[in-house]
Design a protein around this ligand. Structure first.
Ligand code: 4AD
Ligand code: MG
Length: 460
C-alpha cells in the first residue's frame, strides 16, 4: 500500500499489519534497535520504521545505504510524538534495490547549488519534494480557479512565427543544418526551404492566440511552457518557464486586475489548506516569515499605483539604487522589491507604464505617453504578473505596430480581430515558477522547476 492511504484513513490502519514500499531517507542504528525514515513519495512526511534485532536480517539492514528501496511489513502503531503520530514496527523487511556509499546525497544538509548539478536525484530530498508537490497542487488550483469561473482552457502553440513581446528574445527553430544552410540570392539563409517554409521560433507567450480565442469564448486561459532567449542570469529568469495567461473579452484592465487579485488570494488559500506539511516545512527551513506573509495577503485589498506615482515614491525614498530612478526607465528588480516590500509592504499593481518600454499590443492611454498596462509586484519575488488592456482600435494598433517597427503583413490575423467585431479586452501572464517561489519562499527559480534551463546552463 501507499503512505497516502494511511494518512487519509489513519484510524483504519492503526494496530493493523500492513506492508508498504519506499526508500530509506534516513537511518540510525544502535546495537539492538534501528530507526529508518521511509518514504514512498506519496506524502511529504516520512514514516518511521522501527527495527528490532529479532529480525533475521537486522545485521544486513544496518549496512544498507541511503536511498535503498525496501518492502516492509509490520504493525502500525500510534506514538506520543506530536511530529510523528504513527510508526511501523517492522516484522519483515525485504531489500528491493540496494544503494551504496556513492549515492550523491549523503549529508543531511547539502547546498541547493550542489543539488542543481543532480536534477535527476534531487527530488529525493525534503526541500525538492516539498517544492514539486506544491508545484503540482498549484497547477491544479489554477485550473480550478478558472474552470470554476467558466473559463475555457486553450493550448497555445509552442512553435510560432511571431514575437509577441517584440523583445527579440526568441529561440529559433529550424530543420536546416545551419553549417550548410540553403542560401537565397542575397546569400542569406533561405527559410522557405525549412520544414515550415518560414522562419519559426519557440513561443515567448501564448497571448496572441489567447486573444483569438477570447474573441470567440469571452473568457479563456492558456497554461503552458514558454521560452525566452534573454541573457538574464538572475535568480528569477529561466529560458524555459511556464506561464498561465487568462484573456478576457469585454473587460478593461481594472476588471482584469480584479481577476488577478482574486486568483492570487485563491492560490494562497489553496496551498495553505492543501499543502500544510509543505508550507510548515518552508516556514521552518526556508523563510520564517512565509506563513505570516501569506496570511496577511489573504484578506488584503491589493494596492494599485500608477507608474508615474511609483517613480515619484521611489525618488522620494532617496535610496542609493544601482539603477538610478527616472521616468521612462523600466523598473528593475531592486525597484520592484522596494515598492512591494518597503513602500507598500504587500502585493502592489503598478499601472500605466510609458508606452516606449512596453509591448506594441497595449492600449494607449489618452495622455499619448502611457499604456493601460499593469504589473503585479510582490515581496521577495518582484514581478509576478504582467498584463494589459489590448489595443482594440484598428488604426491605433497599426500606428503602434509602425512605431515598433513591426512588419504589418505578418500580423494580418491579429488585425482581423480588430476588423471583425473588435471589443475591449484584457489579459495577463502569471509566471508559474515565480508563483511557486512566492508561495514557498524559495529564492532561486532553478529550485522550483524540475529541469532548469537558464543562461549558459542546464545539468540534464
Ligand atoms: O511580463 P511578460 O513578459 O508578459 C507577457 O508575456 C504577456 N504576453 C502576458 C500576457 O499579457 N498574456 O511575462 C509575464 C510573466 C512575468 O510577469 C513573469 O512572472 C514571467 O511571466 N516571466 C518569467 N519567468 C521566468 N523567467 C523568465 N525569463 C520570465 N519572463 C517573464
Ligand atoms: Mg513583464
Amino acid at each position: 500500500m501507499k503512505l497516502r492511504e494511511i494518512q487519509r484513513d489513519l484510524e483504519k490502519f492503526i494496530d493493523k499489519e500492513i506492508t508498504l514500499e519506499g526508500w530509506i531517507r534516513q537511518a540510525r542504528f544502535t546495537k539492538n534497535v534501528g530507526f529508518i525514515e521511509l518514504n514512498d513519495g506519496t506524502i511529504f512526511k516520512n514514516l518511521q520504521v522501527v527495527l528490532s534485532k529479532d529480525l533475521d536480517n537486522f545485521e544486513e539492514l544496518k549496512k544498507e545505504h541511503l536511498s535503498a528501496s525496501l518492502r516492509v511489513s509490520g504493525l502500525l502503531v500510534k506514538t506520543n510524538n506530536a511530529k510523528q503520530a504513527f510508526e511501523l514496527q517492522a516484522n519483515k523487511v525485504i531489500v528491493l534495490g540496494h544503494s551504496d556509499e556513492k549515492f550523491p546525497i549523503q549529508k543531511q544538509k547539502q547546498s541547493l547549488e550542489y543539488m542543481r548539478t543532480i536534477p535527476h536525484l534531487r527530488a529525493r530530498t525534503n526541500t525538492y519534494r516539498a517544492v514539486f508537490r506544491l508545484r503540482s497542487k498549484l497547477a491544479f488550483a489554477l485550473h480550478n480557479f478558472f474552470q470554476e469561473r467558466g473559463f475555457i482552457y486553450l493550448n497555445a502553440p509552442i512553435i510560432t512565427a511571431s514575437d509577441t513581446e517584440g523583445a527579440g528574445e526568441m529561440f529559433q527553430v529550424t530543420t536546416q543544418n545551419l553549417e550548410k544552410p540553403n542560401l537565397n540570392d542575397e546569400g542569406k539563409v533561405d527559410y522557405s526551404k525549412d520544414f515550415f517554409g518560414k522562419k519559426s521560433y519557440l513561443t515567448v507567450s501564448g497571448q496572441l492566440e489567447a486573444e483569438d480565442f477570447a474573441l470567440a469564448f469571452s473568457d479563456i486561459y492558456t497554461f503552458g511552457p514558454t521560452f525566452r532567449a534573454e541573457e538574464s542570469n538572475t535568480p528569477r529568469h529561466a529560458a524555459e518557464f511556464w506561464m498561465l495567461e487568462p484573456e478576457i473579452a469585454f473587460a478593461d484592465y481594472n476588471d482584469c486586475m480584479d481577476v488577478a487579485e482574486n486568483m492570487i488570494r485563491y492560490m494562497i488559500d489553496y496551498v495553505l489548506k492543501n499543502c500544510k506539511d509543505e508550507i510548515t516545512f518552508f516556514n521552518e527551513k526556508i523563510d520564517d516569515t512565509l506563513i505570516e506573509r501569506l496570511e496577511k495577503v489573504k484578506d488584503a485589498k491589493f494596492a494599485r499605483i500608477t507608474y508615474t506615482d511609483a517613480i515619484k515614491k521611489l525618488k522620494e525614498a532617496n535610496v542609493d539604487f544601482e539603477y538610478p530612478v527616472e521616468w521612462g526607465m523600466d523598473l528593475q528588480t531592486e525597484h520592484e522589491r522596494y515598492l512591494s516590500e518597503k513602500i507598500v509592504d504587500g502585493p502592489v499593481f503598478v499601472t500605466d507604464y510609458p508606452k516606449d518600454i512596453k509591448a506594441f499590443y497595449m492600449r494607449r492611454n489618452e495622455d499619448g505617453k502611457t499604456v493601460a498596462a499593469f504589473d503585479l509586484l510582490v515581496p521577495a519575488v518582484g514581478e509576478l504578473i504582467g498584463g494589459s488592456q489590448r489595443e482594440e482600435r484598428y488604426d491605433e494598433l497599426v500606428k503602434s505596430m509602425e512605431d515598433n517597427g513591426l512588419n504589418i503583413d505578418e500580423y494580418q490575423n491579429y488585425l482581423d480581430l480588430r476588423r471583425y467585431g473588435s471589443v475591449v479586452h484584457s489579459g495577463y501572464g502569471l509566471g508559474f515558477e515565480r508563483a511557486v517561489m512566492y508561495l514557498t519562499g524559495m529564492k532561486n527559480i532553478r529550485d522550483v522547476i524540475q529541469y532548469p534551463r537558464t543562461v549558459k546552463s542546464f545539468a540534464s
